[in-house]
Design a protein around this ligand. Structure first.
Ligand SMILES: [Zn+2]
Length: 154
């Protein structure tokens, strides 16, 4: 059942909280030196299933690692998702998060097809992220990650 009725296309943010201090290998991109804190990933989904199908996939624990973000989510403790329907805003969001103080820990992350430095920004506290979400009218994706609860059928 869809969490967002009508499967609209749109843009989303994934906020991954981590307590880990470790380097994780992101496919061929290189190593992400992870610190405890919050990693915000900016993406968009304009395929048939829209933002609902894409975010659900991100929140699922049992999947093959395909996108850069999959590697990070696999070692995150908690993932929150936010979205906005309509025009593609992933690059605008990535720029805005960087301007708000988000740090780039691995250049090129999620930004293979655009001119952004990175679509992944690091924050050591959540307040700036919360303000950004409110200011950009992002809505909460009402489904929790199934990372630690694999009983959900897909
Ligand atoms: Zn971009």
């Amino acid at each position: 059942m869809a969490t967002i009725p009508g499967n609209p296309r749109g843009s989303y943010l994934l906020v991954a909280r981590t307590t880990a201090t470790q380097d994780i290998h992101i496919g061929r991109l290189g190593s992400l030196p992870m610190e405890p804190g919050f990693y915000v990933y900016s993406g968009s989904a304009f395929g048939p299933g829209g933002v609902d199908a894409r975010v659900r996939r991100h929140l699922r624990g049992d999947k093959r690692l395909h996108w850069h973000i999959d590697y990070l989510l696999a070692v995150s403790d908690e993932i929150d998702a936010w979205y906005v329907t309509g025009a593609r805003r992933e690059c605008e969001h990535a720029r805005g998060l960087a301007e708000a103080g988000g740090k780039v820990h691995l250049a090129g992350f999620g930004a293979s097809d655009c001119a952004c430095t990175s679509h992944l920004l690091y924050f050591d506290e959540p307040e700036t992220i919360d303000r950004f979400i409110a200011a950009n009218h992002l809505r909460r994706f009402e489904q929790q990650s199934t990372k630690r609860d694999e009983t959900t059928t897909v």
